[in-house]
Design a protein around this ligand. Sequence first.
Ligand SMILES: *[C@@H]1O[C@H](CO)[C@@H](O)[C@H](O)[C@H]1NC(C)=O
Ligand SMILES: [Cu+2]
Length: 241
Amino acid sequence: MLDFHPRSYFKMVSKLAVAILSLASLASAHYTIPSLITDGAASAEWQYVRKTNNFNSQAPVTDVTSADFRCYTSETGATASTATVAAGSTIGLQANGPMYHNGVINVYMAKAPSDVSTWDGSGNVWFKVYEIPAVTDGGSTITFPGSNIQSFNFKVPQNLPSGQYLVRTEHIALHSASSFGGAQFYISCAQINVTGGGSGSPGPLVSIPGVYTGNEPGILINIYYPVPTSYIQPGPAVWSG
Ligand SMILES: *[C@@H]1O[C@H](CO)[C@@H](O)[C@H](O)[C@H]1NC(C)=O
Ligand SMILES: [Cu+2]
């Protein structure tokens, strides 16, 4: 007697489907940047960082003119807790896994007019506080110190005025950036309350979106061939305070 069990057949097929699906999601598993590092310790995910639309999909932003290019929260509408940190101290950001795509990092800050938790970061208010560019040597090699790391640290500028700020991180993945819109931006915004600050005037100031067109030589770039002889980091100069 032929003993055919449709149920076990279905089970086997669905197991296979699950396996294929998880392979597919592995291949497209990018990353998010959900944790703020203070005093050398990473916070819980999305505690001080606004939960981004891609908290599940981990998909990047590719339109540098979209509203989501700022904090990527149009769907979550998220706000976060605000971490109090001293001016001059070291803070950092941590991704949910290695930021493995070849690319570069920028961190921008903007001072909230009052309560940062209800502020959207609009206006010509952003300045750069940190960057990890690509490294070139005149055409032999290009390397990406900002890739394959899970976290990085930088100093809150000593002369930054006290107050509440958004801290926006972007990891710009350049592995398919040779056509317009091909660069992938992994973005998140943290909320901090800076104490013991100074009287510096951060700048140059830019708006986000607005800071890029997508045609910048550090965004629209073929990183493979010919090997770039130099690399121009997108955005304004770092304000060191
Ligand atoms: C920011 O820090 C100041 C000084 O410690 C404190 O008085 C204030 O409550 C803090 N604000 C927030 C939102 O954490
Ligand atoms: Cu990816």
